[in-house]
Design a protein around this ligand. Structure first.
Ligand code: GAL
Length: 375
């Protein structure tokens, strides 16, 4: 009897281990260790000392405004996630850049070995000002789970022209007269945009920064990639040694191409960038670009998505591409299915990236297991 009771107790002790999920089901509810749908949208993942940390926007029931801040979850197997609470909290103080009710989107975190700090960048819109501010914001922490301390927010790289522009490019940009291009989407307007119509407009105040990601290159340099110039052009901007400032060096990607939701990875010496078009919360067809140098030139190729709803990126919008630690060929494409009327119910689409003739393919799967990367 005693042994039987011991066995029963042991079974209960180990039940939680056996009950662990092994599969990811894109688009379904994804429960954390407390049985609650993970609330980390527009997110990104940082791998640090054997653990994955998932940072994302906390979404409320009825508003897309930030009422809580940036959440953090941790996992070792990429399927079972432990809620680590709020990494960066919005502030109650009226007038604070990150005042409760602001718009705080697409947070990403990287570790800076030089300072030993964790650095978070995100897209910030000031409370009550719609999407007009178009600011980049930065916060730092001593631990991956935070608390992150808000440092500052603002437009990016004032008084700086793109790093690869020569004197003629700069002269051409300076000569553009915005009064001649009041009507958008005309041929001449498009030409002016690619020559830097909005670079010139925002030269003094700094360039706009909305949808974003972060990327650390092989040499340890960190870059901030964001939708700029009225969401018409992506900027890839170099960060300082401590990762908390822009250096003033930046390169434009797909001028006038209207790309949002950038997600970047590198495989076999080639960089791949997956983005979306600009249709707000509604899904559209993913775009893909490659380059042999981060600073370009970037070449556009067809969307990597295949299968059911591939034309609409499986109803999602890219947010990050996760390199699986220690597996040079394993990458996970991460996207969000937004639910603007019920933001907290937004869903996650995580799919493995495969390669055909060295070109990334993201094929729909109802269910799959990241364990296949390790088995
Ligand atoms: C999307 C963008 C989201 C959010 C939304 C607001 O295009 O990717 O992060 O800003 O627009 O409408």
């Amino acid at each position: 009897m005693k042994h039987f009771l011991l066995l029963v107790c042991l079974q209960f002790l180990f039940l939680p281990l056996c009950a662990k999920d092994r599969t990811i089901r894109p688009g379904e509810l994804w429960l954390d260790n407390k049985g609650v749908h993970i609330n980390a949208h527009g997110g990104g993942i940082m791998y640090h000392k054997g653990t994955y940390y998932w940072y994302g926007e906390h979404k409320a029931e009825n508003t897309s405004s930030a009422l809580v801040g940036v959440t953090c979850y941790r996992s070792k197997d990429l399927v079972n996630w432990t809620n680590c609470g709020i990494a960066l909290a919005v502030e109650d103080q009226v007038g604070s850049d990150i005042e409760k009710g602001c718009t705080l989107e697409r947070p990403k975190v990287i570790y800076c070995p030089r300072t030993g700090k964790f650095v978070m960048w995100f897209h910030l819109e000031l409370k009550g000002r719609g999407y007009a501010a178009a600011r980049a914001a930065v916060a730092v922490a001593d631990k991956p789970t935070g608390p992150f301390k808000f440092l500052r927010s603002g437009r990016v790289n004032p008084y700086c022209y793109p790093a690869d522009w020569n004197e003629a490019d700069i002269a051409q940009c300076k000569a553009l007269q915005s009064s001649q291009f009041t009507e958008w989407w005309t041929g001449p307007w498009r030409e002016a945009v690619s020559q830097g119509l909005f670079v010139k407009r925002d030269l003094d105040g700094g360039q706009m920064a909305r949808d974003m990601t972060l990327y650390i290159d092989d040499d340890g340099r960190a870059y901030h990639i964001f939708s700029s110039e009225e969401n018409l052009t992506l900027h890839l901007a170099e960060l300082s040694d401590d990762f908390t400032y822009h250096t003033g060096r930046y390169w434009r990607i797909a001028p006038g191409g209207q790309n949002e939701a950038p997600a970047l990875f590198k495989r076999n010496g080639r960089y791949w960038l997956i983005t979306s078009g600009c249709t707000g919360w509604a899904p559209n067809e993913a775009r893909m670009f490659w380059a042999d140098s981060l600073t370009g030139p970037w070449t556009q190729v067809p969307s990597p998505c295949r299968g059911e709803n591939a034309k609409l990126t499986f109803n999602g919008q890219s947010t990050y591409i996760l390199p699986v630690a220690g597996k040079p060929d394993a990458f996970i494409f991460m996207a969000d299915i937004w639910r603007p009327k019920h933001p907290i119910d937004a869903r996650y689409v995580w799919l493995p990236i495969t390669f055909e003739n060295d070109t990334p393919v993201v094929a729909w799967r109802d269910e799959w297991s990241p364990a296949t990367f390790w088995d």
